[in-house]
Design a protein around this ligand. Sequence first.
Ligand code: NAD
Length: 262
Amino acid sequence: MTDVKTAIVTGSNSGIGLGIARSLAMEGHNVVLNSYTDNKDDHALAESISKAAGNKTIYISADLSKGDQSRSLVEKAAEEFGTVDILINNAGIQHVAPIEDFPADKWDAIIAINLSSAFHTTAAALPMMKKSGWGRIINIASAHGLTASPFKSAYIAAKHGIVGLSKTTALEMAEAKMNATCNAICPGYVLTPLVEGQIEDQMKAHKMSREEVLDKVMLTRQPTREFATVDQLGGTAVFLCSDNASQITGTTISIDGGWTAL
Ligand code: NAD
């Protein structure tokens, strides 16, 4: 650990975002947790991370379906810590339906939360990174940022979009010679509490063992037939924030058990 940086992880009161936030905290960085709720539990989670990591972690509520709240999340973090050095755009939602039945409000919400929020947070954070002369932006895309599946039109459009946004952000950072990088991490299936619940449901529905559900139902597109873990995502984010990764920019890093090799 060289330098203490300030990191925002959007959508980080559960799942992948929480895993990445914990990994950055354990490196000693200041961390801002976020979601749209503002419960006692959200702030208690931040306190428990601070205690375990010996860093400063705070929780800032912002509804990232709204552009102004996405920008003010970055501004509030900078008010607290002086600047924002690391921005992890992770918040995301999903809806599954054929295009002709896909509710327009779900399309709008997915594009707003999974894609437009990253445009707004990036726009707010870039001037701070330019000023300090260092920055890292990591966008959590998906294997569905590189491939498609039926019935997930909005999610796939948003995830392909965020891969493109990552490339443009990287090129603008390079033009500005600002010692900053932007990349997209593209996970396949990751073992989050949400996915654990789905495994249980599938075991009951198909009367199958856990192993059978993983092999025959859930991980058919993941050749290793294993989930990625939130710790592996956290470790990759920590690496991308290191000096060794300073020439990795404008690209995608797949953590997908071979999904995109097929
Ligand atoms: P999750 O549901 O556990 O986490 C999503 C987070 O986003 C939560 O903290 C939620 O509160 C937050 N969020 C939702 N709407 C929000 C809003 N309007 N404003 C602010 N925060 C909001 O899901 P996850 O599996 O951890 O997913 C995290 C990211 O990883 C998503 O972008 C998802 O698309 C991506 N991803 C997940 C997987 C997987 O297998 N779990 C695979 C590939 C990509």
